[in-house]
Design a protein around this ligand. Structure first.
Ligand SMILES: [Cu+2]
Length: 459
């Protein structure tokens, strides 16, 4: 934190806007906590102010605040960050307080909130508070409602939280670049009455996407639609935290979409109801059961269910190319094509050449190709029964009996009661079910077998 203190000392004299200095003394800036790890911090129990049930931010954290003369004060620092997208790949992004997305901001309906925003980016920025009802001049649209926050400047946003709900924050300045670089965060306003819409576990994450060439570190910021890393909180499977849930807990999962396309989010094992959008709570008579909920660009959806069914339940975007990591979409479909002759000739010239997809692409989930540094396999992850063959927007809801109230640790894979797992019919020849194309001969397919990347620390 020392370097940050020096920064404020050095900048207090000359860089702050005159309006700011007259209202809030630079010396009274709150600390701007930093986070350098991509794992989930435990929910931050409020140590002052109105009581509430805090949220759990997947692969993220909640920004601590201080109370000052009845105001809840937060300090966001917009800055370049390094974010581990999953073990094996780190990206150079822009974010807030050391990470992308920025920390979740949590407060309570009726709170008066003061947010200091310091710009340590190489270009100007602002913050727009998506969905929050506030004075027009606090809305954060550069040029329209405020001057841009220039590099080195700190601006102050002040507003009262008129209603509870789930909101987001992101820049409204050079927006395409700054969002493509990872600048965004969640903003949760809890109800004044802690019993209203009370749940036991409350998860939040943002859907975001990057276009990073294999081997590169920095996203291509001009990409319109063809992103290749589909993320939850700037993480992809198998780097996304699991949703660890105690049996019979009432669970809420909230997600906001700041990508450039829609995502039908599908959860296995349960039906659920959408109880909140970025416009506010959905009244009971207006809800209906679903197992997939589409979230359009710029929207937020929160659904709830009672975790009555133990197990490992997949949760993922239902666009199947969004559960893949960086890949060449231009690879032709080779299913059913006999490549024997061609492959032999190519291998003479290119010893590392890989035959791709003669029988589908499932082989790629087990036998990972040699990859450039800082790149993730397209299909990866291992479960207790084999390769999961996923990437991108995929995680697991792990419902277990007997967890402590505050236990979010990965409990390992589900122990299925005997007789409850799909099984192979005895006596049937497994190869008969495969395509008539013959299997690869030893040495023909030159993929290097590598231990699949499991989700860290499975027991
Ligand atoms: Cu998707």
């Amino acid at each position: 934190m020392n370097s940050r203190r020096n920064f404020f000392r050095a900048s207090a004299a000359g860089l702050f806007g005159a309006a700011l200095v007259s209202r809030v003394q630079a010396a009274s800036l709150p600390e701007a906590p930093l986070r350098d790890k991509p794992d989930m911090a435990p929910p931050l129990e409020p140590s002052n102010g109105r009581p509430y049930q805090p949220v759990a931010t997947l692969n993220g954290w909640t920004l601590p605040w201080r109370m000052k003369n009845g105001w809840k004060e937060f300090h966001l620092v917009a800055e370049p960050v390094r974010r581990q997208i999953a073990p094996g790949m780190t990206a150079h992004l822009w974010g807030y307080n050391g990470q992308s997305p920025g920390p979740t901001i949590e407060c309570v309906e009726g709170d008066r909130v003061r947010i200091f925003v310091t710009n340590k980016l190489p270009e100007h920025t602002t913050i727009h508070w998506h969905g929050i009802l506030l004075p027009s001049g606090m809305d954060g649209v550069g040029g329209l409602t405020q001057p841009h926050i220039k590099p080195g400047q700190t601006f102050v946003y002040e507003f009262e939280m008129k209603k509870s709900g789930t909101f987001m924050y992101h820049p409204h300045a050079d927006e395409m670049v700054q969002m493509a670089m990872g600048m965004m965060g969640f903003f949760v306003v809890h109800p004044k009455d802690p019993q209203f819409m009370r749940v036991d576990r409350d998860f939040v994450f943002l859907l975001n996407a990057f276009d990073i060439d294999p081997g590169a570190f920095t996203p291509k910021v001009n990409t319109m639609l063809d992103f290749n890393l589909w993320c939850w909180n700037s993480r992809v499977f198998p780097g996304i935290d699991h949703f660890v849930v105690r049996k019979d807990d009432r669970v809420r999962i909230r997600f906001g979409n700041l990508t450039m396309t829609n995502h039908p989010i599908h959860m296995h094992g349960y039906d659920f109801e959408v109880t909140c959008t970025d416009g506010g709570w959905v009244r009971e008579a207006a809800r209906w059961p679903e197992v997939t909920v589409d979230v359009a660009i710029g929207q937020m959806r929160a659904f709830e269910f009672v975790a009555s069914e133990p197990g490992d339940w997949a949760i993922h975007c239902h666009k199947s190319h969004h559960t893949m990591n960086a890949m060449g979409h231009n690879v032709p479909t080779m299913i059913g094509v006999d490549q024997r002759g061609v492959v032999k000739k190519v291998i003479d010239l290119v010893p590392d050449y890989m035959v791709m997809g003669e029988r589908g692409m499932a082989d790629m989930g087990e036998m990972e190709m040699p990859l450039p540094d800082n790149t993730l396999p397209m299909m990866t992850g291992a479960g207790q029964f084999g390769a999961i063959e996923m990437g991108g927007m995929f995680s697991v809801v792990k419902v277990r009996e007997g967890l402590a109230r505050d236990d979010y640790k990965d409990p390992g894979w589900y122990r299925h009661p005997s007789g409850t797992v799909a099984y192979a019919l005895k006596g049937a020849a497994p190869r008969a079910a495969r395509s008539p194309a013959r299997g690869p001969k030893p040495g023909e397919r030159v993929v290097r077998a590598r231990k699949p990347n499991g989700h860290g620390g499975q027991k």
